[in-house]
Design a protein around this ligand. Structure first.
Ligand code: HEC
Ligand code: HEC
Length: 366
């Protein structure tokens, strides 16, 4: 199947993705939700965060724009084409799986499973990450093997195993549907239906999947009633005693970097080497990309192998300083948190979850 960007076994074939120079980034405007909140709140509350210029805003404040590469700027036609492709099972070898099968908008763009289930019900060995805010990520996948969203989609679509064949099939199938021919022409005039235009449209759609304003954002903007006292205390633990911010930093709660946090390797599968496969430096062994904590209350189970069912289990993991100490990050050590502090951390993470929007399933051209 050509959606095999997940690892099928622990021996991942070495990446088909070459390292490319970063494409220059331009921006696309998104609604200034926070700005509006600030404006309204500044009448009722003293809201110092709102008065600050863009440049001295809190590092935790969501930016007003989403970066997009120069050569794939968003247009309505590109986004709508990407939306259809994202929901279209035609893209899989047996026409049975769409991106949305695993990145289900009803489940915060995850599948709710410990690890993904692929073609023929094969159980893959990594957890499906949410794609919320992945537009802001400096790399894609748990091991960061794709730089951009364009590359992320192109990798699986063109990798030189059986997928390549399926891709030709998928392209043939799309070309046979006049509705798609028209949509591609509108989105990428004169370029036709090919791997690159499919990948670029998918990237455009995914750049619209942005976290909505969470209680934390309202609180940050000055609405002191937006978070419970427990969550506010949890934020202090997050930045202080818990040292979570060392890695889960900034508005997306990720440093975009790779760390080994001491997750037990599963007994059944071979060791997942993580980032080491891409960058064979010893400290990258068992290191994975710091995931975003946006919408985290809805993206269980947690970790690259889905080994924790609840946020409390995650907090317990950090509190005991991880399990597997081989190559453990120096930033992970036992925390000795009180029960109250653990609960507060969980409450804080819940406050990072925004209200979910209904996502209509598009009509697919046939
Ligand atoms: C069978 C389930 C499945 C399907 C179908 C699927 N994905 Fe994924 N997706 C995953 C898994 C599992 C990962 C993590 C793989 C890894 O890191 O090795 C992932 C990772 C990603 C990421 C990286 C996110 C991040 O935070 O690093 C993006 C973006 C993505 N998928 C988009 C897509 C698109 C676009 C499609 C359709 C072309 C698609 N996925 C189809 C399961 C799936
Ligand atoms: C050394 C860097 C580092 C520190 C410190 C750290 N994390 Fe993480 N966090 C990560 C990485 C890397 C992962 C993914 C690890 C994996 O799956 O192997 C992760 C995963 C998570 C997840 C699972 C998210 C998901 O979608 O699966 C949560 C929740 C989380 N961390 C919360 C916290 C909290 C709370 C703290 C502080 C007590 C903390 N982290 C401290 C790097 C860190």
């Amino acid at each position: 199947m050509h959606l095999d960007h997940q690892r099928q076994s622990s021996k991942r074939s070495t990446s088909p993705l070459s390292i490319r120079a970063r494409t220059p980034q331009r921006s696309l405007g998104i609604p200034r939700m926070l700005g509006t909140v600030c404006l309204l709140l500044s009448f009722a509350f003293a809201a110092p965060a709102c008065d600050e210029a863009e440049s001295d805003r809190s590092p935790f404040a969501m930016p007003a724009t989403v970066p997009a590469p120069e050569d794939n700027q968003p247009t309505e036609a590109r986004i709508e084409l990407g939306r259809k492709l994202f929901f279209d099972p035609l893209l899989s070898g047996t026409n049975s799986l769409s991106c949305a099968t695993c990145h289900n908008p009803g489940l915060a763009w995850t599948d709710g499973l410990p690890t993904a289930v692929g073609m023929d019900m094969a159980i893959l060995d990594r957890n499906t990450p949410t794609i919320v805010n992945t537009a802001f990520a400096s790399s894609q996948f748990w091991d960061g093997r794709a730089k951009t969203l364009e590359e992320q989609a192109l990798g699986p679509l063109t990798s030189p195993n059986e997928m390549a064949e399926n891709l030709a099939t998928a392209i043939g199938e799309l070309k046979a549907i006049p509705g798609y021919v028209e949509l591609f022409e509108e989105a990428y005039p004169g370029e036709g239906i090919k791997a690159e235009t499919i990948a670029r449209a998918l990237a455009n759609f995914q750049r619209t999947i942005i976290a909505t304003t969470a209680p934390f954002d309202r609180w940050l903007a000055g609405d002191s009633s937006a978070m419970s006292e427990s969550a506010v205390r949890g934020f202090e633990v997050f930045k202080g005693k818990g040292a979570c911010e060392k890695c889960h930093s900034g508005f997306n709660f990720s440093d975009g970097s790779f760390h080994n946090i001491g997750i037990k390797q599963s007994a059944e599968s071979l060791e997942d080497l993580g980032r080491y496969v891409i960058v064979p430096l010893p400290r990258m062994r068992g290191a994975f990309k710091t995931p975003t904590l946006r919408d985290v209350a809805l993206t269980a189970p947690y970790m690259r192998d889905g080994s924790y069912a609840t946020l409390m289990e995650v907090v317990e993991h950090y509190d005991r300083g991880g399990d597997d100490k081989t190559n453990l990050s120096p930033d992970i050590e036992a925390l000795n948190l009180s029960d109250q502090e653990k609960q507060d951390l969980v409450e804080f993470m819940r406050s990072l979850t925004g209200e979910q929007k209904e996502v209509p399933v598009p009509l697919l051209p046939r």
